[in-house]
Ligand binder design. Sequence first.
Ligand code: PMP
Length: 458
Amino acid sequence: MRTNSLQSKDIAHQIHPATNLRRHERVGPIVIDRGSGIYVYDDEGREYIEGLAGLWSVGVGFGEKRLVEAATRQMAKLPYYHIFAHKTHEPSTLLAEKLVSMAPANLKHVFFTSSGGEANDSAIKFVWYYNNALGRTDKKKFIARQGAYHGITIAAGSLTGLQANQRGFDLPLPFAKHLTCPHYYRFGLPGESEEAFTERLAKELEDLILSEGPDTVAAFIGEPLMGAGGVIVPPVNYWQRIQEVCRKYDVLVIADEVINGFGRLGTLFGCDTFGIRPDILVCSKQITSSYQPLAAVLISDEMYQAMADQSDRLGTFGHGYTASAHPVATAVALENLAIIEERNLVANAAEVGAHLHAGLSRFADHPLVGEVRGRGLIAAVELVADKATKARFDPVGKVGLKFFDRAHQHGLIIRNVGDSIAICPPMIITAAQVDELLKRFKATLDDITDWVNAGMPE
Ligand code: PMP
């Protein structure tokens, strides 16, 4: 139990996201005090490699002074203004222009929110508004996948396909339908090729659209490469086939790039890696390296024109948050994107990412390692009870949680998704720092192997 006065106050008063609340009362929090580059330090001065870049998000690393200065400048000049009712300001306008120049060519219009969940909620509402504009008033259902993460608001949380985010919360709402997680290692059938797996998933999508009725299905939403659900790389040709089916039935394609966007996979967007031409693209996290809360929804000109045409009938477009297009957040985003460009961090994610994957692939023969996967600077190592049968540990997550805890002792912060160990370091990481990360990973894996071999004592 960690018990200085800050920790006691935390336990007494803070509700922690994505945390077992009773366990937290017992073990207490680690107080993270400061950060520099790929490292963070706790209040006792212990150093950790931030192997998850905060929440998959601190692309330029900690302690980046240019972002502090950009925020300070904007705070001094105009700390807040909104863009409701015919007002605007410079940073959000320049950022909208910048995002359109970076994104797939058909995406021309940008709406800002403060979080990925709000952005996905906005995307849902835009799709409903658009279909109402076209008189397709029944076309409202969304298709997502098991294992997806799209946020935890009531609507976006319905698209999420993870039990922990829905159990006990009366989610998902019925407008959201879920397909098989596109994870070949886990859900491919014995003897089924990766190509045949893709075909089965494309057919599953088509069957669902047909059984629900194409006139009722509005959109398909997916992360190009799933992040929080366990770093799931889609099977070969997956996105080509999914897009074909969606186009056939006039179902919009939404790319949730909240983790993938701005270089994480070694390309600017996950859409570039997988050849996706979305009607809507949602991004956040690395847009500001999480120095400020910000997310964006980019939509096609076709959608925008239909929505704008509603002005005559419905009047005001009644959607927007107090902090939409916040000047400080958008000023920080502009500076952050400039840093990503100037320091070639997208290319770094590809090159150093290849080094990370080469290093992790050395664990593929380890008896506890079922699969090593990922792309660019995002990866996962799935731990299994039986390598030959891919059998999971019982209960799922016990080994992962032990790994998560023990990694701290080796100066490493990772995330366990069940028994998959996710790694997603800041995009500024060097090859030498990756080697250090791998050393700490191996030390943790060695400890966990001993513990498993000892019968997983409490
Ligand atoms: N979409 C994806 C793909 C995400 O990874 C996340 C956050 N992890 C979200 C949406 C939700 O973002 P937020 O937590 O800012 O609401």
